[in-house]
Every structure is written in structure tokens, then in C-alpha cells.
Design a protein around this ligand. Structure first.
Ligand code: ADP
Ligand code: MG
Length: 396
């Protein structure tokens, strides 16, 4: 899938509004993780070198349409300047005369960070007159916030009706790589799913099942499948109302010769935040008083073997409660297997907010082919849904 990207020429002196996702975590009034800022640097650098007068617009947190100082983007502007050494200004508004004035005075190659667009309730309503007001001070719009592209908001979608609009470098890269995996995966193709809930991933399974050779299921969602197979899963997470779905899926996979791998053993404990004792137990004989919180070593071994035979791996959802070091090993083993597969030429793609966080914190972010910046957006993309922040740019 290809998008209409930035123009090669003609940006010099142009007033360009760029929708980024600067929804970063803050601690004590400062940015505590700047991954999301760094994700947009290619786009900002390109526009800067082309001599555009750049303004960056984003949401941060959930201020619910009200001005809320704790969700101000000022610390983000500060961090962007610190990170790049570029001169970065900050404007206390995202529209109106304050922005128009600052943009009019800006020099070619300069950067302004505008205040949180969600301070205005019209943003999330995708109000056309608000979108138009956002557009007024500018000559062009660039959409670079893949992680916000599943939302039809004024600053992600509505505004494209009022300005010549282009997809930024990050958005183009995400859609090209994820589109390749979704639409033309090189076989054998393994889909690894985990995380908390089956219900979150049903759409992805539905859309990708006909393309996969092997479906690996770990994390909390595995227990609904193990239960569907008649296993005793103790106090593990089970979605009773999805057991039927799990049964049907297993039957359908069998009839289509799709291999489904469920964990053979499980690391079980008292609760997600327990620090022990933990036990490794067979996945279908989990003691009544325990819950499954990670895949066991045999499961990790089997999953790793499957990964080693793949040409494409798509991974969404941690294998266990990785936030607790007692239950992080399964997720680490899978990340390590992706690293090995990548070094042998396999295309490995990680999607999902928590999976990306796990892979990042374990030091594997640059050891796989691609870690998507889109959490919910990447899920909707893999469900095959049209994303309102992408549709205006689709070329093929
Ligand atoms: P992503 O954000 O990558 O799509 P999810 O949001 O679906 O992933 O799932 C991530 C959450 O799943 C994590 O917070 C993790 O603790 C939880 N999880 C993983 N395995 C289990 C389990 N066995 N029991 C309960 N929760 C689990
Ligand atoms: Mg999540």
C-alpha cells in the first residue's frame, strides 16, 4: 500500500502544519519517554531542510475538551529542542490569531509546537468549522501520526478537506511495511497473538487467518482456547463468552490445515503482581488456586522453533504479564527468537502498544524489522479496516 508522500519541491517558505503524535508520558512536568518524539524526526528534518515553516500539532492525554495545564505540550517542545538542538518555539494555542501571528513571523526551517488540540471539544467531534479554523494559517498539511490515524478527528482527517495534504515519512513507512505484511506476506507466515483478551484480537484473526500458515496463541488469551479444548485453567483469565469463538476457530484452522500452537506449559502464580512463589505447570492442568501468567519454557521452545521456520512474523500481544519480571521471560524468549529470525532474513513486525513497550524495554526495538508506533491503529489496520487518517492519501 502506497501513500501520497511529501512533494520533492515547492516547500520552501511554505507554512506547513504537521499532525504528529506527541502523546508522551510525563513525569514531574518533563517527558519521561521520548520514543514518540523521535519517531517523527525524519519528517520534521525533511521539512526543515526543504525550508518549510513548520508547526506541529498533537494531542496529549485526555483533557476532555478543556484547557488543562497538566496536559500542556510545552514540556514536549522543550524536549524536542533538547533532543535535536533545533530552535523550537511554543504557542499557547493550536488555532486562531495567536497561531497566525507566530506562523507569520516564523522563518523558513523554523519549528513551532502548538498547544494540545484536545483542549478544544470540536477536535474529537471532527467539527468541520474547527478543522477549517486549524487550516487557516497554513499552506499545506502533513499527516504523520499513524498511531492517531484510526480516529476521525479534525486534526487527523477533517483538516484534509481544507489544505493540500500529504502523508509524512513515518506514516508512509508504517503503511508500506504493515501493508506488505497484511496484504502480501512472504510465506511461511506466522501470526503470534497474545495479550489480555481474545475479544481485542478477533478482528485481526478474522482478517488474517486465510493468509497465515501458523497461528501462535500465548498470553492471557490462550486460556480461553485451552478451556475450549477441555483444559483445567484454574483462576486464569477466561472469556466465557468467547469459548464458542475459540472452538470454531480451532475447527476452522484444522479444516484449512493451519497449524495452531497453544502453550504446552505455563508459569502460574497467585496474582499478576505476586513476586512468588511461581510454578511451572502443564497448561491444561493448572491447579485450582493458581492463574497462568506467562508461557512456560517448553512453550517458548516450541514457539521459537516455529518462528525459526518462518519468512514473515507478525507479533501482537505479550506472552505473559511482562510488567512483572516474574512473568516476563516468555515475552523475552519470543523477542529473542524474532531477533534471530531477523538476522537470517525473516521479516519481523511487532504491533500493539504493550508489545512495542515490552520489546523496547527489553532492548529488542532495533533488532526486529519494524516496531509499529500504532497501538490501536495497527490493530485496526490488520483488521483490514479503512483508517480515516490514511484514506485521503492512498494511491493504490
Ligand atoms: P497490545 O497493547 O500489545 O495489543 P494487549 O493490550 O492486548 O497488548 O495486552 C497486553 C496486556 O496483556 C499486558 O498488560 C499483560 O500484562 C497482559 N497479559 C499478558 N498475559 C497475561 C495473562 N496470562 N494474564 C493476564 N494478563 C496478561
Ligand atoms: Mg494494550
Amino acid at each position: 500500500m502506497k501513500l501520497k508522500g511529501l512533494p520533492e519541491t515547492g516547500l520552501e517558505g511554505k507554512r506547513v502544519l504537521v499532525r504528529v503524535d506527541f502523546n508522551v508520558p510525563l513525569r514531574d512536568g518533563a517527558v519521561s519517554d521520548d520514543t514518540r518524539i523521535r519517531a517523527h524526526l525524519d519528517t520534521i528534518r525533511r521539512l526543515r531542510e526543504a525550508g518549510a515553516r513548520i508547526s506541529l500539532i498533537s494531542h496529549l492525554g485526555r483533557p476532555k475538551g478543556k484547557v488543562s495545564p497538566e496536559f500542556s505540550l510545552r514540556p514536549v517542545a522543550y524536549r524536542l529542542a533538547e533532543l535535536t538542538g533545533w530552535d523550537v518555539g511554543f504557542v499557547d494555542e493550536c488555532m486562531g490569531p495567536l497561531v497566525a501571528g507566530a506562523v507569520a513571523e516564523a522563518r523558513p526551517g523554523s519549528i513551532l509546537v502548538l498547544e494540545n488540540v484536545r483542549f478544544h471539544p470540536e477536535e474529537e467531534k471532527n467539527d468541520p468549522s474547527f478543522a477549517k479554523a486549524l487550516a487557516v494559517p497554513f499552506d499545506a498539511f502533513v499527516m504523520d501520526a499513524f498511531s492517531a490515524a484510526h480516529r476521525a478527528h479534525a486534526s487527523t482527517a477533517g483538516i484534509t478537506a481544507f489544505l493540500p495534504s500529504y502523508a509524512g515519512i513515518l506514516l508512509c513507512r508504517e503503511v508500506e511495511i504493515l501493508g506488505q505484511v497484511r496484504d502480501h506476506p512472504k510465506r511461511p507466515f506466522i501470526l503470534i497473538l497474545g495479550g489480555a483478551k481474545v475479544s481485542d484480537k478477533i478482528g485481526v484473526i478474522g482478517h488474517l487467518l486465510e493468509k497465515v500458515d501458523t497461528l501462535v496463541i500465548g498470553g492471557g488469551m490462550a486460556f480461553t482456547f485451552l478451556k475450549a479444548q477441555g483444559g483445567n485453567v484454574g483462576r486464569s483469565l477466561v472469556e466465557q463468552d468467547r469459548i464458542g469463538f475459540a472452538e470454531n476457530l480451532l475447527a476452522e484452522a484444522a479444516s484449512r490445515n493451519i497449524e495452531v500452537l497453544l502453550p504446552e506449559d505455563i508459569v502460574a502464580g497467585d496474582s499478576p503482581d505476586s513476586s512468588g512463589p511461581i510454578e511451572i505447570v502443564p497448561s491444561k492442568a493448572i491447579p485450582e488456586h493458581l492463574m497462568g501468567l506467562d508461557i512456560g519454557p517448553k512453550a517458548a521452545e516450541a514457539f521459537s522453533r516455529a518462528i525459526a521456520g518462518a519468512s514473515t512474523v507478525l507479533w501482537n500481544g505479550p506472552m505473559g504479564v511482562f510488567e512483572n519480571p516474574c512473568f516476563a521471560e516468555g515475552t523475552r524468549r519470543i523477542a529473542k527468537s524474532l531477533e534471530e529470525a531477523t538476522s537470517l532474513g525473516c521479516q519481523t513486525v511487532v504491533g500493539g502498544g504493550d508489545t512495542a513497550a515490552a520489546v523496547g524495554s527489553m532492548g529488542f526495538a532495533d533488532k526486529v524489522s519494524h516496531v509499529s508506533t500504532g497501538g490501536g491503529a495497527s490493530l485496526e489496520f490488520f483488521e483490514g479496516l479503512p483508517l480515516p487518517g490514511i484514506q485521503p492519501f492512498v494511491l493504490d
